[in-house]
Design a binder for this molecule. Structure first.
Ligand SMILES: Nc1ncnc2c1ncn2[C@@H]1O[C@H](COP(=O)(O)OP(=O)(O)O)[C@@H](O)[C@H]1O
Ligand SMILES: [Mg+2]
Length: 271
């Protein structure tokens, strides 16, 4: 019964998103992991926040004492849906041996939108003081995973689903930098993903080992095509970077097929 159910859910999910993803339009969000409150304030207001981040006059810029690249925090006029953003004017290049780019921050948000992930805050390309970079909405109130005491750490099914989604996303974008400072958690237990400047390298490697995938998200990933990715991400990624996303997606599919053979559909597809 269960394997049949998951197979049916997978097929239906696939058809539901195939047209949308192939046309490069934004997929509707997946079922939220928990009620939408707190720091995921961008959900349903993405277009408005994108415009604000692109156009708002920056009133002041402050340094942040945490992190490796020491991004800055830029403040705009208070009273709107966002009053500040992380400012990352990282020109594409190699830094400390890692390839990085502000464009990867924007690409992570756009890909999140395309597959309806709902975990990456709104990010846009803009200029501040003549410099081109990524403006990523500042999410608040949140805590970094690494600052949580053991007893404060979320657990349970909804949490595990979020981790599963994060791992699938990190494999798709080849993100090897998901350290505990790049996981933000709000009071409702929403997992919020930041810091993608090192992602989208042209590698076929899958950085995260996995034994399960979330069926609805996998259906959306499975429906991605060169056309849909180019329509959504062509402004911030090269054709080679886009092809790499599909190469990794196809490797994920091979791994999933092998897992299904070994463990059965019901053990591999959840959600
Ligand atoms: N959009 C954001 N909303 C809230 N906090 C943020 C945001 N971006 C960065 N931060 C905070 O700044 C820290 C460093 O930013 P991050 O993007 O991880 O840069 P780095 O490359 O330096 O690690 C994060 O760990 C987080 O505490
Ligand atoms: Mg970081």
């Amino acid at each position: 019964m269960r394997p049949r159910f998951f197979a049916l859910a997978g097929v239906l999910g696939f058809w539901a998103v195939a047209v949308c993803a192939q046309q490069g339009t934004v997929a509707p969000p997946l079922q939220p992991a928990a009620p939408l409150q707190c720091a995921r304030t961008w959900a349903g207001h993405e277009a408005e926040i994108e415009r604000l981040l692109e156009d708002a006059k920056v009133e002041r810029v402050e340094g942040i004492d945490i992190g490796i690249t020491h991004p800055k925090r830029a403040f705009v006029a208070p009273g709107g849906p966002v009053d500040s953003f992380a400012w990352k004017p990282i020109r594409p290049g190699i830094y400390d041996g890692f390839w990085e780019s502000y464009q990867s921050e924007v690409a992570a948000y756009k890909l999140d939108r395309l597959i309806g992930l709902g975990m990456v805050p709104v990010a846009v390309e803009r200029r501040v003081d003549g410099l081109l970079g990524a403006a990523i909405m500042w999410v608040d109130p949140v805590r970094m995973w690494r600052t949580l005491k053991r007893e404060e750490r979320p657990s349970g099914r909804q949490w595990r689903l979020q981790i599963l989604r994060m791992n699938m996303f990190d494999n798709l974008i080849c993100n090897k930098d998901r350290n505990q400072g790049n996981l933000l958690i709000d009071d409702d237990g929403h997992l919020i993903l930041i810091d993608h400047s090192r992602a989208f390298i042209t590698s076929s490697e899958l950085p995260v080992k996995f034994t399960q995938v979330e069926a609805p998200l996998w259906a959306r990933m499975g429906a991605l095509s060169e056309a849909s990715l180019t329509a959504a991400l062509g402004g911030c990624l090269t054709p080679g970077q886009i092809r790499s996303i599909l190469t990794r997606r196809d490797r994920m599919r091979q791994a999933i097929d092998a897992l299904v053979k070994k463990n059965g559909t019901a053990r591999v597809f959840v959600g």
